[in-house]
Design a protein around this ligand. Structure first.
Ligand code: ZN
Length: 70
């Protein structure tokens, strides 16, 4: 039974990859430049969607956000 779930998970991942690949083709430039932000604490570059925002600054983790503020 777990095998079925595993196959379903793979299908879902493939679907999502194809979907993101398609959207990348349509506005590749915009996404690439706008999606990356820099952690204000350690300088690490990471996708905006994975970053933690505090005010006007972005952080790679909650620990770095707290380190900056506290
Ligand atoms: Zn950081």
């Amino acid at each position: 039974m777990s095998r079925l779930i595993f196959l379903f998970a793979i299908a879902a991942v493939v679907y999502l990859l194809l979907k993101s690949y398609r959207s990348n083709i349509t506005d590749k430039k915009q996404e690439f430049t706008e999606d990356m932000v820099r952690c204000a604490h350690c300088g690490l570059h990471l996708p905006k969607g994975e970053s933690i925002r505090a005010g006007e600054q972005y952080f790679c983790s909650a620990a770095h956000r707290d380190a900056r503020q506290g």
